[in-house]
Ligand binder design. Sequence first.
Ligand code: NDP
Length: 477
Amino acid sequence: GTAQIGVVGMAVMGSNLARNFASKGFKTAIFNRSYAKTAAVLEAHPEAEFVGSESVEEFVDSLEKPRRIIMMVKAGPATDATIETLIPFLDQGDIVIDGGNTYFPDTRRREKMMAEKGFNFIGCGISGGEEGALKGPSMMPGGPKESYAHVGPILEKVSAHYDGEPCCTWIGTDGAGHFVKMVHNGIEYADMQFIGEAYDLLKAVGVSAAEAADIFAQWNTGDLDSYLIEITSEVLRQVDAETGKPLIDVIHDAAGMKGTGTWTVQEALNLGVPAAAIAESVFARAASSAADLRKAAQGALSGPDGTVQVDDKEAFIEDVRQALWSAKVIAYAQGLHLIKVAGQEYGWDIDVAACARIWRAGCIIRAKLLDRISNEYAAGNLETLLEAPSIAQGLSDANTSWRRVVAKATEAGVPIPGFASALSYYDLVRAERTNAAMTQGLRDFFGSHTYRRIDKEGTFHTNWSGDRTESEAVDAH
Ligand code: NDP
């Protein structure tokens, strides 16, 4: 065969990605389980150099060796089924890439299985939706590094670019790429939750949807410059044709989700990484969709009506901007910390600076701030983003505003789980002493779980049920 790359799955993502490959001059083989979709793509895009096949065998044969095949199919059993149909026709050294939103343990399992058969398997997180797939997404490939040398240049060519640099780089072995994509989505949940909270607070001081659209557009010219802030302005500006109201006011307030946010939080829990602002964002979506819970609580609970009283509206709007920026930084910090810990835990040795670098364009969380974040990680081996000088300074400058917003919202009864959680994290991690001493005391009281002391080595237990003297506990191991 002569095609340089093959795409399996001609739904929205696959067909757009295939067009992207073709537009960059790669001869692209295309295949879909049911031929109708392939035929439709061939018919709609005569300009593209496609090689369409009706059978898997024909498709695999149409590719040059070692083959590069990227699957864009429904994540889960469909991915396994697609791999199984490819295997009989593959040769040693062929490379199969999964570009779907796969849960990273599945990628680890598949990579191992494929390696045992002599095939290379790359799990590649892709972000940017339909338009990104067509014009340049952010790509997060993980798998055997040697095989990246063979597919990397092609992926990098079709990926988004920021200042001429591709938004695609090898992330690490087996599931590393899909892990990073998962965390990207977790951060995306938080970003969106914070935007919602900011809009709620603008409304609470009497700002209309149209005015808020202008405010977000204005914010998008500064340090908050990002895709999500940009499209927030567009969503707010949209007027419903049927009712004449702002569309935002007629959209049902129950958020959907597909799982990646939940996985991020589950993984944070598994690894013991505090990522509460991201978790609050997932829980906020769950709460929004818990109709029965909300109905029962609405009938029973009272409190302030959500109107924020301020003397200087403009100053408060600026406070909200500062709070939004600060919370956003916390979500990045939590997500990147999770990536760092996971990299160590799973043996991926992920370059955190590179993750931030390839998120600067193409993906949903693309933001100007990511350029600074990436530079900060590249400059020093950061334990947390929050210790980076420019970030710490920015948070310090925004601190009073952020606190004022949380206090005002709390007083007024505006729910701000994201802003408040992010601020608590800020205060928790900078605290010299946490309330965990109390937890340890209580655990020792009811369960003899022992505690350590601040002034000497060793493990101690107080005889709570007896004379209350302290003894040094014998180490369990
Ligand atoms: P879908 O997730 O809707 O998947 C449709 C494709 O999967 C079709 O090609 C379909 O083939 C194939 N498929 C479904 N079930 C099976 C099966 N049992 N065996 C073989 N093939 C099967 O398509 P999208 O284009 O929306 O997404 C593709 C992938 O990209 C997904 O993993 C998605 O999560 C991911 N993704 C999507 C983004 C987005 O914005 N939509 C963004 C980033 C990633 P057939 O036509 O024969 O049914």
